[in-house]
Design a protein around this ligand. Structure first.
Ligand SMILES: Cc1ncc(C[n+]2csc(CCOP(=O)(O)OP(=O)(O)O)c2C)c(N)n1
Ligand SMILES: [Mg+2]
Length: 568
């Protein structure tokens, strides 16, 4: 007999209910025979909106983009073919610490019980290949059954939320309509309570060190955003007048207009004045620090020996490793405990805007003229997206207040930005969204533009058409055909993808063309295809590619002055 705290519900309906309780209002993905039954439940139940995609790869990017602004995202794919198409994007969410729930409608339990071969499998009598594949790129995974569904659905969703990482769930296609007994109470997204002693001693230890320091400083990596502690870090910086530097993984996480904002720390590739402050700090608080070559100036970053390393659920202070706490509680405790500092000389460097170039309106558009114009175009509250490529120049822009920045510096899968744009547009349709993408990256996921148009979203798309993979030319093959791509008529695509589109398309060749495009009103999609030279890139971007080649290929590699694009 069900007690008063449970009700009977169809398993699929319960899953959809839990997703909704976790704050998910849209589901991305591609239908397939193994997931249509859940889609029918979604349709009948009506509280989640289906956002069908052109491919599962794009759906995985979209769910990631959605989660960046919504806190959590989900996608629905079909067995094997869908799951493996999505695995790159889910791997990206794992690398970038983004909570995404990947649900695969999988082969019926009946077939597993009876050993029946089914399509979308290896036809080898095994059912676990895709579970095992996903074990490598998720914080948790499970195949649902009527017996485990209640506990497993909650475990997976909570794990995604607590760890800020993706999870994978197989829903066999013959159980979504079965009735199970489920809790009446909604799912509560919360962490287990901290250990009070550990929490208090961690707070005391950090607060004492910060208070005793002459040059305390904060360094922010992406987890500060994922665990939602950027406001607390800014409050702490303000109370103690400490400078805050970010890594390029966390652009826009700290308001760049506050006086304590220092700039990007990246070892020898840091913004001016930042490296000195970080490396000379006598008490550095590093949040979520996960160094890789492109975030450390090829491993030239050197954090002070006594750096405090805070992560989502643990902190290292000196010899101590504190567990059973959350970074959020730690920071709130530290803010309470530290004294307010009034007259510390400000270490923040007021960074100059990108210098505007002096090009004549009729001059051919170059990146040197492009980025300052983009700088002037930015408005408070914009959502910016970056893909791989010469558009990395965007890291050098100074962002107005309230901007968000969606990138994938660690994972770096080209095409991510277009899918992520759809996802984040869905999560926050009323903000202005600006995509910065190269022609090569765009070609990977361009079809998703059709979904963006289908839903009448109004982003601004800045595409650089430079005939190929310019950033790769800085690694190797300055002039080689493997770095060339087909020259699409990009600005015509809105029309191709939606016959009755009202999108404004621009093909920009000169400085004046760009000015015209930038003065178009934001009442519909704006697509700005800028034609640039295939050897045009800002010096910091090319430097990074050149150094990357040395790291990738070693001293006996094929990179030389004449087969690498180098800064002029
Ligand atoms: C999935 C995937 N495949 C390949 C790469 C390697 N890659 C990195 S950047 C890049 C080229 C980007 O070219 P484009 O978007 O045109 O930017 P540009 O540098 O020309 O501005 C490629 C192929 C990658 N990062 N991800
Ligand atoms: Mg290109």
């Amino acid at each position: 007999m069900p007690n008063s705290h449970t009700i009977r519900m169809k398993l699929g309906d319960f899953l959809l209910r839990r997703l909704k309780e976790a704050g998910i209002r849209h589901l991305f993905g591609v239908p397939g025979d193994y997931n249509l039954e859940l889609l029918q439940q979604l349709q009948d139940e009506g509280s989640l909106k289906w956002m069908g995609n052109c491919s599962e790869l794009n759906a995985s990017y979209a769910a990631d983009g959605y989660a960046r602004l919504n806190g959590m995202g989900a996608l629905l794919v079909t067995n094997g073919v869908g799951a493996l198409s999505a695995i790159n994007g889910v791997g990206g969410s794992y690398s970038e610490h983004v909570p995404v729930i990947c649900i695969a409608g999988s082969i019926p339990l009946r077939s597993i019980d009876r050993g029946l071969g089914m399509h979308h499998t290896m036809a080898d009598g095994s059912w676990d290949h895709f579970l095992r594949a996903y074990a490598q790129v998720t914080a948790a995974y499970s195949r649902l059954t009527p017996r485990n569904a209640v506990s497993e659905i909650d475990r997976l969703i909570l794990t995604a939320w607590r760890e800020k990482q993706p999870v994978y769930m197989e829903l066999p296609s013959d159980i979504a309509y079965l009735e199970i007994e489920v809790p009446v109470a909604p799912l509560v997204l919360a962490n287990p309570p901290s250990d009070p002693e550990r929490l208090q001693s961690c707070i005391t230890s950090i607060a004492e060190r910060l208070a005793a320091a002459n040059s305390p400083t904060i360094l922010v990596d992406a987890d500060a955003d994922r665990f939602g502690v950027a406001p607390a870090l800014m409050e702490l910086a303000d109370k103690m007048q400490m400078p805050v530097a970010i890594m390029n993984t966390s652009k826009a996480v700290i308001d760049e207009t506050i006086p304590n904002y220092l700039g990007i720390y990246n070892g020898r590739a840091s913004e001016p004045g930042v490296r000195e402050v970080i490396e000379a700090s006598d008490c550095l608080l590093a949040v979520g620090y996960r160094p890789i070559e492109v975030t450390t100036g090829d491993f030239t970053a050197a954090l002070p020996a006594n750096t405090i390393y805070a992560r989502g659920h643990s902190v290292d202070v000196g010899e101590d490793n504190y567990q059973a706490l959350t970074i959020e509680e730690v920071l709130h405790g530290v803010i309470e405990a530290v004294p307010r500092v009034e007259n510390r000389p400000l270490r923040g460097t007021a960074r100059a805007m990108m210098p505007s170039s002096q090009s004549a309106p009729s001059a051919k558009l170059t990146q040197a003229a492009y980025w300052p114009a983009i700088q002037r175009y930015l408005k408070p509250g914009d959502v910016l997206y970056i893909d791989n490529g010469t558009s990395y120049a965007i890291f050098g822009l100074k962002l107005p207040q309230g901007c968000s920045f969606i990138g994938s510096v660690n994972w770096g899968s080209i095409g991510f930005s277009v899918g992520a744009l759809l996802g984040a547009l869905t999560a926050a349709p009323h903000r202005r969204h600006l995509l910065f993408v190269g022609d090569g990256s765009f070609q990977v996921s361009a079809q998703e533009l059709s979904t963006i148009l289908r839903h009448d979203f109004k982003p601004v798309i800045f595409l650089i058409n430079n005939g190929g993979y310019t950033i790769e030319r800085g690694y190797l093959g300055k002039d080689e055909p493997y770095n060339d791509i087909a020259n699409w008529s990009y600005a015509d695509l809105p029309k191709v993808f939606r016959r009755d589109t009202r999108a404004r398309s621009f093909v920009v060749k000169t400085v004046k063309d760009l000015q015209d495009a930038l003065s178009a009103p934001n009442d519909t999609m704006i697509f700005v295809e800028s034609i640039m030279d295939r050897f045009d890139a800002l010096a910091p971007v090319m430097n990074s590619s050149n150094k990357g080649a040395d790291l990738d290929y070693g001293p006996r590699g094929p990179q030389r002055h004449d087969n690498q694009l180098r800064p002029v």
